[in-house]
Structures are given as C-alpha cells and as structure tokens.
Design a protein around this ligand. Structure first.
Ligand code: ZN
Ligand code: ZN
Length: 141
C-alpha cells in the first residue's frame, strides 16, 4: 500500500534562524540555500527574486507566531519597503517598487498596478495632511 507523504521541498532541512535588523528580518536558511541570508520586509516580501514566495517569509511568520521580536517600527509616513497593497481607500491593488519615486525622507517609492504613480502621490498627500493635523494637535510626528 502506498503511503501518503507530505513533502515540502522548499522548507529548509536545517532550522532557520531569524534576526531583526532595523526594519528588516534577516533569515538564515541554512547552508544548502543560496543566497543563505534573506531580508524580509514588514510588507511580508523578501528582497530576493522569490519575493512573497520565498521560504524566508514563512520563517518570519513562524518566528512571530512563536513570540519573536518585531522589527523597528518606521516613523509615520516613512516606508522602508513598499507596502504590499495600495493604501488608497477602495483601491487595495498590488503595488510594485518604483525606484524613481524613492527618497531619503519618504523611503521606498512605489506605483499602484491600478492607479499608477497617481495613487502614490495621493497617498503622500494624505500623509502630509495627517502630519499637519497631528501637528495641530500638538503631536510631533
Ligand atoms: Zn528570499
Ligand atoms: Zn491604488
């Protein structure tokens, strides 16, 4: 009789180690995996070519479920990585990284797959007005 076996090929054989570094999780996937170290952002994407499909992303999820330490929280309006989905109300379409919109103060630039760069600037406008609102309330952001 055949036995059903669950084989998960992408799960590394060695227990992965997860560390936090600034706004990122550094995941070491073991010697068999190239590259060995993966950087996962708070948007749940790895900076390697596998992005969301990277096994390091699952490792981070597991690490956090086990009560692992979270990364530093970026200050309001600063994006160390682009968000997973468009933050515009009623949009929520996938976004992609756009280096031309990246800046030292705003962080990683992105464009919306539905609304393009216009949604990026719309969101930045919202951040600016939120900042002004918070400043009026005496909150320093
Ligand atoms: Zn990766
Ligand atoms: Zn959008």
């Amino acid at each position: 009789m055949l036995q059903t076996q669950t084989v998960d090929v992408i799960t590394p054989a060695v227990e992965a180690t997860v560390m936090t570094f600034g706004y990122f999780y550094i995941v070491e996937l073991g010697e068999q995996v190239r590259p060995r170290h993966h950087h996962v952002g708070i948007n749940g994407e790895c900076t390697c070519t596998l992005r969301r499909g990277c096994p390091a992303v699952d490792q981070v999820r597991k690490y956090l479920a086990d009560g692992g330490k979270r990364t530093e929280r970026p200050s309001f309006g600063f994006y160390p990585v682009h968000p997973a989905r468009c933050p515009i109300k009623g949009c929520g379409a996938p976004v992609y990284y756009d280096a031309s919109l990246s800046s030292h103060n705003r962080g990683a630039g992105w464009a919306c797959s539905a609304g393009g760069k216009a949604h990026y600037w719309l969101h930045r406008g919202w951040i600016t007005s939120m900042r002004q609102k918070l400043a009026r309330q005496g909150k320093n952001v």
